[in-house]
Design a protein around this ligand. Structure first.
Ligand SMILES: [Zn+2]
Length: 325
C-alpha cells in the first residue's frame, strides 16, 4: 500500500496489487479532513490511517462512501464520531450488500479441511476467491458503521473555502455510485465508476448509465482522476474504460444473437488490449450484465455470487490464464 499526493490538498492511498478488495482511499486535507472510502478490512484501514496520518493534522471529521460495497466501507468503524456521508440508496443497501457475515464465513470455510473439500466440489470459484482473499485480508472484527448523512442528487461541502461536490451518478457499478469532485484542485475521486488497468466488475446498473457517468467525469475536465481500483490517471483512463464497456457490449450483443450463453461468450470474446488488465476473466460479469439488458431484466436483479465466481473460474481455466479475481 502506498500514498500518493495528487494535488495541493488531495491524496490517495493505493493497493498496488489491484485485485478484488484492493480498493483505493482518498483524502481531502482541508476543513478538518475528508476521507473517501475506508478499505476492506481493519488492518488495511489502519494502514491507510497511518499513511494519511503523515500529512493530516488529526483524524478527519468526515468520511465519504462512494457506494455501498464492502471494500469501500469496512474501515468506517475506525473513524469514531465522524460524519459518514453517502447517497441514500448506498446507505439503505449497505446493511445487506456489505454484511460482513458471509465473507467471514467463507474465509473460515475455505480454511476448514472438510468444508474446503466440499467447497471445492460445489463451488471451485468461491474456494479460489476465498483462498486469494485469505492471502491479504482478514475480515475479523468488522462491524458495519452506517452513513450518518445521506443525500439525493448532490451534496456540497465547503472546506476552508474550497468547494467539494458529491455527485450521484448511479447505478453504474452499484446502486449508490457517487463521484467526488474538487474543482479548484482539478481532482475527481471516481469510486468504482472507474476501474483502472483491471477488469471492471459491475453489479447493479446499466451500460448506458455507466457510460453516462464516465462522460460526466470527462466533461469536468479533471487533471487527475483517482479510480476506485488501480493507479491514478488522467482523462485517458476514463476514455479507456468507456471504450472497454462499449467493446464488451457490442461483442456480447454479437454472441447473444448467435445464441451463445453468457458463459460461452465470456470464454470466446477476444480480449484484445484488455488481456493485459488484471483479472481479465472477470469479463464474465460484464457479459452476463449485457445479456440481462438484452433480455430486459431489471437492473438490480440479484446475483448468485458463488455461481458468478465459479463462472469467472471456468473462464480463466478455459482460456488457460491465471485464476484471479
Ligand atoms: Zn470496489
Amino acid at each position: 500500500m502506498k500514498m500518493e499526493q495528487v494535488s495541493t490538498n488531495c491524496f490517495a492511498v493505493l493497493n498496488e496489487k489491484n485485485l478484488v478488495c484492493d480498493a483505493n482511499s482518498g483524502l481531502i486535507n482541508l476543513g478538518g479532513g475528508v476521507v473517501i472510502d475506508t478499505q476492506s478490512d481493519l488492518p488495511h484501514g489502519r494502514q491507510m490511517i497511518e499513511l494519511f496520518g503523515k500529512v493530516w493534522p488529526g483524524m478527519p471529521k468526515r468520511v465519504i462512501n462512494t457506494h455501498e460495497d464492502a471494500d469501500h466501507v469496512w474501515g468506517n468503524q475506525l473513524f469514531e464520531g465522524a460524519e459518514i456521508i453517502a447517497h441514500r440508496t448506498a446507505a439503505e443497501r449497505m446493511k445487506h450488500v456489505a454484511d460482513p457475515k458471509e465473507s467471514q464465513q467463507l474465509l473460515k470455510a475455505a480454511n476448514g479441511f472438510l468444508s474446503s473439500l466440499l467447497l471445492k466440489v460445489l463451488h471451485p470459484g468461491a474456494l479460489a476467491i476465498a483462498r486469494q482473499l485469505h492471502q491479504d485480508y482478514n475480515f475479523d472484527g468488522i462491524k458495519l458503521a452506517l452513513p450518518t448523512t445521506v443525500f439525493d442528487e448532490r451534496h456540497v461541502l465547503n472546506l476552508d473555502g474550497t468547494e467539494v461536490q458529491l455527485i450521484f451518478v448511479g447505478p453504474c457499478h452499484q446502486a449508490g455510485d457517487t463521484i467526488v469532485h474538487v474543482p479548484k484542485e482539478g481532482v475527481v475521486f471516481a469510486g468504482d465508476v472507474l476501474f483502472r488497468l483491471c477488469t471492471p466488475m459491475g453489479w447493479t446498473g446499466s451500460y448506458a448509465n455507466w457510460i453516462k457517468g464516465l462522460d460526466l467525469i470527462i466533461s469536468l475536465e479533471p487533471k487527475t482522476v483517482v479510480p476506485g481500483h488501480g493507479p491514478v490517471c488522467g482523462i485517458e483512463g476514463v476514455r479507456e474504460m468507456k471504450a472497454y464497456l462499449e467493446y464488451l457490449r457490442d461483442e456480447s450483443r454479437r454472441c447473444f444473437e448467435q445464441r451463445l450463453t453468457s458463459l460461452e461468450a465470456a470464454k470466446k470474446i477476444d480480449l484484445g488490449p484488455y488481456a493485459a488488465w488484471r483479472a481479465p476473466a472477470r469479463l464474465y460479469l460484464n457479459v452476463e450484465r449485457a445479456y440481462r439488458e438484452f433480455r430486459n431484466e431489471p437492473e438490480d436483479k440479484p446475483w448468485d455470487s458463488a455461481k458468478a465466481f465459479d463462472s469467472i473460474y471456468q473462464v480463466a481455466k478455459s482460456r488457460g490464464i491465471a485464476v484471479e479475481f
